[in-house]
Ligand binder design. Structure first.
Ligand code: AHR
Length: 331
Protein backbone atom coordinates (compact mmCIF):
# COMPACT_ATOMS: atom_id res chain seq x y z
CA UNK A 1 0.00 0.00 0.00
CA UNK A 2 2.75 2.41 1.10
CA UNK A 3 4.79 1.45 -1.97
CA UNK A 4 1.83 2.13 -4.27
CA UNK A 5 1.36 5.54 -2.63
CA UNK A 6 5.00 6.58 -3.08
CA UNK A 7 4.88 5.46 -6.71
CA UNK A 8 1.80 7.63 -7.21
CA UNK A 9 3.59 10.62 -5.60
CA UNK A 10 6.67 10.04 -7.78
CA UNK A 11 4.40 9.84 -10.82
CA UNK A 12 2.82 13.15 -9.86
CA UNK A 13 6.22 14.82 -9.57
CA UNK A 14 7.26 13.47 -12.96
CA UNK A 15 4.11 14.91 -14.46
CA UNK A 16 4.86 18.32 -12.95
CA UNK A 17 8.36 18.23 -14.48
CA UNK A 18 7.03 17.16 -17.85
CA UNK A 19 4.61 20.08 -17.92
CA UNK A 20 7.51 22.39 -17.09
CA UNK A 21 9.37 20.97 -20.10
CA UNK A 22 7.48 23.17 -22.55
CA UNK A 23 8.59 21.14 -25.56
CA UNK A 24 12.18 22.37 -25.13
CA UNK A 25 14.79 20.98 -22.76
CA UNK A 26 13.98 21.52 -19.10
CA UNK A 27 17.14 21.53 -17.05
CA UNK A 28 16.33 22.53 -13.50
CA UNK A 29 13.66 23.04 -10.93
CA UNK A 30 10.29 21.52 -10.28
CA UNK A 31 7.97 21.08 -7.39
CA UNK A 32 6.46 23.40 -4.77
CA UNK A 33 5.09 26.64 -6.15
CA UNK A 34 2.15 28.73 -5.19
CA UNK A 35 0.17 27.05 -7.96
CA UNK A 36 1.10 23.43 -7.38
CA UNK A 37 3.22 22.63 -4.34
CA UNK A 38 1.52 24.49 -1.52
CA UNK A 39 4.63 25.85 0.28
CA UNK A 40 5.49 29.54 0.28
CA UNK A 41 8.60 29.32 -1.89
CA UNK A 42 8.61 31.74 -4.82
CA UNK A 43 8.40 29.95 -8.17
CA UNK A 44 10.22 31.54 -11.10
CA UNK A 45 9.66 30.41 -14.67
CA UNK A 46 12.77 31.29 -16.69
CA UNK A 47 13.07 30.92 -20.45
CA UNK A 48 16.65 31.05 -21.69
CA UNK A 49 17.70 31.79 -25.30
CA UNK A 50 19.79 28.63 -25.70
CA UNK A 51 23.44 27.66 -25.29
CA UNK A 52 24.99 29.43 -28.26
CA UNK A 53 28.00 31.01 -26.55
CA UNK A 54 30.32 31.03 -23.56
CA UNK A 55 28.42 34.10 -22.36
CA UNK A 56 25.14 32.18 -22.41
CA UNK A 57 26.59 29.25 -20.48
CA UNK A 58 27.86 31.63 -17.80
CA UNK A 59 24.51 33.40 -17.69
CA UNK A 60 22.59 30.15 -17.23
CA UNK A 61 24.94 29.11 -14.42
CA UNK A 62 24.50 32.50 -12.72
CA UNK A 63 20.69 32.26 -12.88
CA UNK A 64 20.59 28.66 -11.63
CA UNK A 65 23.06 29.19 -8.79
CA UNK A 66 21.47 32.45 -7.65
CA UNK A 67 17.99 30.92 -7.63
CA UNK A 68 19.27 28.06 -5.47
CA UNK A 69 20.96 30.35 -2.98
CA UNK A 70 17.97 32.73 -2.85
CA UNK A 71 15.67 29.78 -2.09
CA UNK A 72 13.69 30.36 -5.28
CA UNK A 73 12.14 27.41 -7.07
CA UNK A 74 13.39 27.72 -10.66
CA UNK A 75 11.61 26.23 -13.62
CA UNK A 76 14.22 26.52 -16.36
CA UNK A 77 13.39 26.13 -20.03
CA UNK A 78 15.92 26.26 -22.90
CA UNK A 79 14.40 27.72 -26.09
CA UNK A 80 17.21 26.41 -28.30
CA UNK A 81 17.33 29.70 -30.16
CA UNK A 82 13.69 29.61 -31.24
CA UNK A 83 11.08 32.26 -30.42
CA UNK A 84 8.24 29.74 -30.76
CA UNK A 85 9.80 27.65 -27.97
CA UNK A 86 9.94 30.71 -25.72
CA UNK A 87 6.30 31.57 -26.40
CA UNK A 88 5.34 27.96 -25.61
CA UNK A 89 7.41 28.05 -22.40
CA UNK A 90 5.81 31.31 -21.26
CA UNK A 91 2.33 29.88 -21.91
CA UNK A 92 3.24 26.80 -19.85
CA UNK A 93 4.48 28.99 -17.01
CA UNK A 94 1.15 30.83 -17.08
CA UNK A 95 -0.78 27.53 -16.99
CA UNK A 96 1.32 26.40 -14.02
CA UNK A 97 0.67 29.72 -12.29
CA UNK A 98 4.29 30.44 -11.44
CA UNK A 99 4.81 33.55 -9.30
CA UNK A 100 7.10 35.41 -11.70
CA UNK A 101 8.21 34.87 -15.31
CA UNK A 102 11.63 36.00 -16.53
CA UNK A 103 13.04 35.54 -20.00
CA UNK A 104 15.83 36.61 -22.28
CA UNK A 105 14.11 37.22 -25.63
CA UNK A 106 15.59 35.45 -28.65
CA UNK A 107 14.45 38.35 -30.86
CA UNK A 108 13.10 41.84 -30.14
CA UNK A 109 9.70 41.71 -31.81
CA UNK A 110 6.54 39.62 -31.61
CA UNK A 111 5.92 39.44 -27.84
CA UNK A 112 2.74 41.51 -27.44
CA UNK A 113 0.17 38.68 -27.43
CA UNK A 114 1.87 36.29 -25.02
CA UNK A 115 2.92 39.03 -22.61
CA UNK A 116 -0.66 40.32 -22.57
CA UNK A 117 -1.70 36.80 -21.54
CA UNK A 118 0.78 36.91 -18.64
CA UNK A 119 -0.46 40.36 -17.64
CA UNK A 120 -4.11 39.20 -17.72
CA UNK A 121 -3.10 36.27 -15.49
CA UNK A 122 -1.50 38.76 -13.07
CA UNK A 123 1.94 37.20 -13.37
CA UNK A 124 4.75 39.78 -13.34
CA UNK A 125 7.27 39.48 -16.17
CA UNK A 126 10.93 40.48 -16.00
CA UNK A 127 13.07 40.88 -19.13
CA UNK A 128 16.63 39.81 -18.55
CA UNK A 129 19.67 40.45 -20.74
CA UNK A 130 17.70 41.47 -23.86
CA UNK A 131 14.95 43.99 -24.55
CA UNK A 132 11.80 43.77 -26.66
CA UNK A 133 10.59 46.47 -29.05
CA UNK A 134 6.95 46.57 -27.91
CA UNK A 135 5.99 50.17 -27.03
CA UNK A 136 3.68 48.91 -24.25
CA UNK A 137 6.05 48.96 -21.27
CA UNK A 138 3.26 47.81 -18.93
CA UNK A 139 3.76 44.29 -20.35
CA UNK A 140 6.79 43.81 -18.10
CA UNK A 141 7.89 45.07 -14.68
CA UNK A 142 11.51 45.75 -15.48
CA UNK A 143 14.35 45.05 -17.86
CA UNK A 144 17.72 44.12 -16.39
CA UNK A 145 20.73 43.92 -18.69
CA UNK A 146 23.44 45.78 -20.58
CA UNK A 147 23.18 48.84 -22.78
CA UNK A 148 24.04 47.19 -26.10
CA UNK A 149 24.07 50.46 -28.08
CA UNK A 150 26.68 51.77 -25.66
CA UNK A 151 28.72 48.59 -26.16
CA UNK A 152 28.71 49.16 -29.94
CA UNK A 153 29.74 52.77 -29.37
CA UNK A 154 32.66 51.73 -27.15
CA UNK A 155 33.87 49.39 -29.92
CA UNK A 156 33.65 52.25 -32.44
CA UNK A 157 35.40 54.71 -30.12
CA UNK A 158 38.37 52.39 -29.71
CA UNK A 159 38.66 52.08 -33.49
CA UNK A 160 38.49 55.85 -34.04
CA UNK A 161 41.29 56.34 -31.50
CA UNK A 162 43.38 53.50 -32.95
CA UNK A 163 43.37 55.12 -36.41
CA UNK A 164 43.63 58.73 -35.25
CA UNK A 165 45.74 60.91 -37.54
CA UNK A 166 45.74 58.31 -40.35
CA UNK A 167 43.97 58.97 -43.63
CA UNK A 168 44.13 55.64 -45.51
CA UNK A 169 40.83 53.78 -45.87
CA UNK A 170 40.09 51.27 -43.09
CA UNK A 171 38.21 48.24 -44.40
CA UNK A 172 36.03 46.65 -41.74
CA UNK A 173 34.21 43.33 -41.79
CA UNK A 174 31.45 42.77 -39.26
CA UNK A 175 30.17 39.52 -37.76
CA UNK A 176 26.66 40.24 -36.53
CA UNK A 177 24.82 38.38 -33.79
CA UNK A 178 21.67 36.38 -34.51
CA UNK A 179 19.20 38.27 -36.74
CA UNK A 180 16.57 40.29 -34.90
CA UNK A 181 18.22 39.94 -31.47
CA UNK A 182 18.62 43.15 -29.47
CA UNK A 183 22.41 42.80 -29.03
CA UNK A 184 22.86 42.27 -32.79
CA UNK A 185 20.71 45.28 -33.70
CA UNK A 186 22.13 47.59 -31.05
CA UNK A 187 25.80 46.66 -31.28
CA UNK A 188 25.58 47.26 -35.03
CA UNK A 189 23.86 50.63 -34.73
CA UNK A 190 26.03 51.91 -31.85
CA UNK A 191 29.22 51.08 -33.76
CA UNK A 192 27.92 52.58 -37.04
CA UNK A 193 26.91 55.79 -35.28
CA UNK A 194 30.44 56.41 -34.01
CA UNK A 195 32.44 55.49 -37.12
CA UNK A 196 30.18 57.36 -39.57
CA UNK A 197 31.83 60.66 -38.57
CA UNK A 198 34.95 59.66 -40.53
CA UNK A 199 34.54 58.45 -44.14
CA UNK A 200 37.81 56.50 -44.07
CA UNK A 201 35.99 53.78 -42.09
CA UNK A 202 34.19 51.45 -44.49
CA UNK A 203 32.18 48.38 -43.49
CA UNK A 204 32.94 46.31 -46.59
CA UNK A 205 31.03 43.18 -45.48
CA UNK A 206 28.57 42.47 -42.69
CA UNK A 207 26.85 39.16 -42.06
CA UNK A 208 25.41 37.13 -39.21
CA UNK A 209 27.57 34.57 -37.45
CA UNK A 210 24.67 33.61 -35.15
CA UNK A 211 26.75 34.39 -32.03
CA UNK A 212 28.49 30.99 -32.44
CA UNK A 213 32.10 30.00 -32.95
CA UNK A 214 31.25 27.64 -35.83
CA UNK A 215 29.38 30.27 -37.84
CA UNK A 216 31.93 32.95 -36.97
CA UNK A 217 34.63 30.78 -38.49
CA UNK A 218 32.61 29.86 -41.60
CA UNK A 219 31.56 33.44 -42.35
CA UNK A 220 35.09 34.77 -41.79
CA UNK A 221 36.34 32.21 -44.31
CA UNK A 222 33.98 33.67 -46.91
CA UNK A 223 34.99 37.24 -45.98
CA UNK A 224 38.65 36.34 -46.46
CA UNK A 225 37.90 34.96 -49.92
CA UNK A 226 35.70 37.84 -51.09
CA UNK A 227 37.55 40.78 -49.46
CA UNK A 228 41.17 41.11 -50.52
CA UNK A 229 42.09 43.81 -48.04
CA UNK A 230 40.56 43.47 -44.56
CA UNK A 231 42.00 45.77 -41.89
CA UNK A 232 39.56 45.21 -39.03
CA UNK A 233 37.08 42.60 -37.81
CA UNK A 234 34.29 43.75 -35.51
CA UNK A 235 32.53 40.69 -34.02
CA UNK A 236 29.40 41.14 -31.90
CA UNK A 237 30.67 38.53 -29.43
CA UNK A 238 33.83 36.71 -28.37
CA UNK A 239 32.72 33.33 -29.71
CA UNK A 240 32.37 34.56 -33.29
CA UNK A 241 35.70 36.40 -32.92
CA UNK A 242 37.37 33.20 -31.71
CA UNK A 243 35.96 31.23 -34.66
CA UNK A 244 37.18 33.98 -37.00
CA UNK A 245 40.68 33.79 -35.49
CA UNK A 246 40.84 30.13 -36.57
CA UNK A 247 39.85 31.14 -40.12
CA UNK A 248 42.40 33.98 -40.20
CA UNK A 249 45.21 31.70 -39.00
CA UNK A 250 44.23 29.01 -41.52
CA UNK A 251 44.49 31.67 -44.24
CA UNK A 252 48.09 32.32 -43.17
CA UNK A 253 47.42 35.69 -41.53
CA UNK A 254 48.15 36.89 -38.01
CA UNK A 255 45.02 37.80 -36.01
CA UNK A 256 45.45 41.03 -34.04
CA UNK A 257 48.29 42.16 -36.33
CA UNK A 258 47.33 41.64 -40.00
CA UNK A 259 43.67 42.07 -39.05
CA UNK A 260 42.76 44.01 -35.93
CA UNK A 261 39.95 42.43 -33.95
CA UNK A 262 37.32 43.96 -31.66
CA UNK A 263 34.80 41.75 -29.85
CA UNK A 264 32.15 42.02 -27.12
CA UNK A 265 31.61 39.92 -23.93
CA UNK A 266 34.99 39.32 -22.21
CA UNK A 267 34.49 35.64 -21.38
CA UNK A 268 37.63 33.75 -20.33
CA UNK A 269 38.45 32.37 -23.80
CA UNK A 270 38.08 35.82 -25.33
CA UNK A 271 40.20 37.39 -22.59
CA UNK A 272 42.89 34.74 -23.12
CA UNK A 273 43.02 35.52 -26.86
CA UNK A 274 43.18 39.23 -25.95
CA UNK A 275 46.07 38.63 -23.54
CA UNK A 276 47.89 36.84 -26.40
CA UNK A 277 47.30 39.86 -28.69
CA UNK A 278 45.10 37.85 -31.07
CA UNK A 279 42.22 40.18 -30.19
CA UNK A 280 42.98 43.90 -29.77
CA UNK A 281 40.05 45.17 -27.71
CA UNK A 282 37.06 43.69 -25.88
CA UNK A 283 33.95 45.49 -24.68
CA UNK A 284 32.63 43.77 -21.57
CA UNK A 285 29.06 42.46 -21.34
CA UNK A 286 28.42 40.82 -17.99
CA UNK A 287 26.42 37.56 -17.88
CA UNK A 288 26.34 37.54 -14.07
CA UNK A 289 22.77 38.78 -13.84
CA UNK A 290 21.52 36.07 -11.47
CA UNK A 291 21.84 37.75 -8.04
CA UNK A 292 20.19 41.02 -9.17
CA UNK A 293 17.51 39.09 -11.01
CA UNK A 294 16.57 37.10 -7.89
CA UNK A 295 16.33 40.36 -5.95
CA UNK A 296 13.96 41.79 -8.54
CA UNK A 297 11.93 38.56 -8.56
CA UNK A 298 11.39 38.81 -4.80
CA UNK A 299 10.37 42.46 -5.10
CA UNK A 300 8.04 41.81 -8.04
CA UNK A 301 6.37 38.97 -6.15
CA UNK A 302 6.01 41.20 -3.07
CA UNK A 303 4.37 43.91 -5.16
CA UNK A 304 7.19 46.37 -4.44
CA UNK A 305 7.94 49.17 -6.88
CA UNK A 306 11.00 48.37 -8.96
CA UNK A 307 12.86 50.51 -11.50
CA UNK A 308 11.72 50.01 -15.11
CA UNK A 309 15.33 49.62 -16.22
CA UNK A 310 18.37 48.18 -14.42
CA UNK A 311 21.59 48.67 -16.40
CA UNK A 312 24.55 46.36 -15.79
CA UNK A 313 27.89 48.03 -14.98
CA UNK A 314 30.58 47.12 -17.50
CA UNK A 315 34.04 48.07 -18.65
CA UNK A 316 36.44 47.49 -21.58
CA UNK A 317 39.73 45.60 -21.85
CA UNK A 318 43.04 46.06 -23.66
CA UNK A 319 45.57 43.17 -23.81
CA UNK A 320 47.40 44.52 -20.72
CA UNK A 321 44.16 44.82 -18.75
CA UNK A 322 43.15 41.31 -19.80
CA UNK A 323 46.41 39.89 -18.40
CA UNK A 324 45.67 41.55 -15.08
CA UNK A 325 42.02 40.53 -14.95
CA UNK A 326 42.35 36.91 -16.12
CA UNK A 327 43.49 35.24 -12.87
CA UNK A 328 40.33 36.33 -11.04
CA UNK A 329 37.92 36.18 -13.99
CA UNK A 330 34.76 34.30 -12.94
CA UNK A 331 33.53 33.30 -16.38
O1 AHR B 1 22.46 38.77 -25.22
C1 AHR B 1 23.80 38.67 -24.89
C2 AHR B 1 24.57 38.10 -26.04
O2 AHR B 1 24.04 36.85 -26.41
C3 AHR B 1 26.02 37.84 -25.78
O3 AHR B 1 26.84 38.92 -26.03
C4 AHR B 1 26.30 36.76 -26.76
O4 AHR B 1 27.51 36.10 -26.55
C5 AHR B 1 25.11 35.93 -26.50
O5 AHR B 1 24.92 34.87 -27.27
Amino acid sequence: MLRRLSLAVAGGLLLTSAVAGCGASDEAGSGGNSGGGGDDKITLGFSQVGAESGWRTANTKSVQESAASAGIDLKFSDAQGKQENQIKAIRNFITQRVDVIAFSPVVESGWGTVLKEAKDANIPVILTDRAIDDPDTTLYKTFIGSDFVEEGKKAGQWLVKEYEGKSDPVNIVELQGSPGAAPANDRKSGFAEVIKADPKFKVVASQTGQFTRTDGKAVMETFLKSQPDIDVLYAHNDDMGLGAIEAIEAAGKKPGTDIKIITVDAVKDGMTALSENKINFIVECSPLLGPQLMDLVKKAKGGETIPQRVITKETTFTPEQAKEALPSRQY
